[in-house]
Ligand binder design. Structure first.
Ligand code: MUC
Ligand code: MG
Length: 390
């Protein structure tokens, strides 16, 4: 039986400004979900989005409000006996709200895995890899700073694949920026993410210049509303075209896959509506002959752990991943940080998500902000345990 579901808004500053075509981030607000059961288990989930409402139609505040107002009363009343039944119940009574659903499912799977003594990846069908390559996004807004950052990442064996955020400057300036970085680190794979900023005509100009300059991957160059246009660009160019914002729930991913609208799908657990939905999209894309890329909604460590369990199950992951969210934040909320080494992230092996959340830190960062704290059971200051924990 579920005893309680608590939600917390936890804002954490980023290590530098992170500039996208749609917003400039200086902090990331983690929406944390803590579920406790009557038989003594506790699980964590997380939802994130990017720049309030500038990236997607859910914001940290809407996610928290909707979980507190609609999800929690429903789950406490109905007491579904498994994660699958809980998600079925939510999809029956709650439309949309994919990010909020993802946070709830993550916490429930964390509990289910702990109860069975197996990692979440095994609940999702089983991992086929134990470590996953992780790209880094260069988005300081300055070419020289980005080059120095890229060289430092390679030297530290942290990352050797780089994604560049473009689309907010004139096309020729953006192309010059990208090609200067490509020239500075020629051994590295370079992709660009336009975050929907170009028109189809602008995309034709931009992509042909980037393709000629040796760029490896072009992500969501045009509006997610122009599905036919994305397919036209994919058919026109040799360089791989990746769908991101347009890839949402499995139903919509099914249509994209059946029409083969892109060469690659970026899959994000929040955007998919949860971990099982993200697995389904991965399997569907694979069956349709579409390559896979493990995307990020710049999740903190809980959402990133959930993502790595999902991507570990993918039958192929030829374009690797970008699960660097925790590394963009100035603070960690885990007792032991996720294990980034040798250009990748190790898939946790412990039961559930395989992580331990530091509740004192979570409360400290939540309280430090001027975001209104939720009505939830406060942890005992000494033990770090929640008041309702025995
Ligand atoms: C996006 O659109 O892919 C992922 C990496 C990053 O820097 O931003 C996100 C969002
Ligand atoms: Mg993207």
């Amino acid at each position: 039986m579920i005893r309680s579901i608590d939600t917390l808004l936890v804002p954490i500053p980023t290590i530098r400004e992170h500039k996208l075509a749609c917003t400039v981030m200086r902090e990331q607000v983690l929406v944390l979900v803590h579920i406790q059961t009557e038989d003594g288990f506790a699980g964590w989930g997380e939802a994130t989005t990017i720049g309030g409402l500038s990236y997607a139609e859910e914001s940290p505040h809407s996610i928290k409000t909707n979980i507190d107002t609609y999800f929690t009363p429903l789950l406490l009343k109905e007491q579904p006996s498994s994660t699958a039944k809980a998600m079925q119940l939510l999809s029956l009574h709650i439309t949309g709200n994919r990010f909020a659903k993802c946070a709830i499912e993550t916490a429930l799977l964390d509990i289910e895995g702990q109860r069975l003594g197996i990692p979440v990846s095994e609940l999702l069908g089983g991992r086929v890899r134990d470590a996953i390559e992780v790209a880094w996004t260069l988005a300081s807004g300055d070419t020289a700073t980005d080059i120095a950052e890229a060289k430092e990442m390679v030297a530290q064996k942290r990352h050797r694949i780089f994604k560049l955020k473009i689309g907010s400057n004139p096309i020729l300036d953006d192309v010059a920026h990208v090609l200067a970085i490509k020239k500075a680190v020629p051994e590295c794979r370079i992709s660009v993410d336009v975050n929907q900023a170009w028109t189809e005509l602008e995309a034709m100009q931009g992509i042909s210049l980037l393709e000629a300059g040796g760029v490896d991957l072009i992500e969501q160059p045009i509006s997610m509303r122009n599905r036919a246009g994305l397919k036209r660009l994919k058919d026109r160019f040799d360089v791989a075209i990746m769908a991101d914002e347009i890839v949402q729930d499995p139903q919509n991913a099914f249509h994209l896959a059946s029409e083969h609208c892109a060469d690659v799908f970026a899959v994000k657990i929040n955007q998919a509506g949860g971990l099982k939905a993200a697995c389904l999209i991965g399997q569907m894309a694979h069956l349709a002959g579409i390559e896979l890329y493990g995307g990020t909604m710049l999740e903190g460590p809980i959402g990133t752990a959930a993502s790595v369990h999902v991507f570990a199950t993918y039958p192929s992951l030829n374009f690797d991943t970008e699960m660097f969210g925790p590394l963009l934040l100035t603070e960690d909320i885990l007792v032991r940080p996720l294990d980034y080494n040798n250009f990748g992230l190790t898939v946790p092996t412990g039961a559930g998500l395989g992580i331990e959340v530091d509740t004192d830190k979570v409360y400290y960062y939540a309280k430090r902000s001027n975001i209104t704290l939720p009505t939830m059971s406060q942890p005992n200051a000494k033990s770090g345990k929640f008041a309702t924990e025995s």
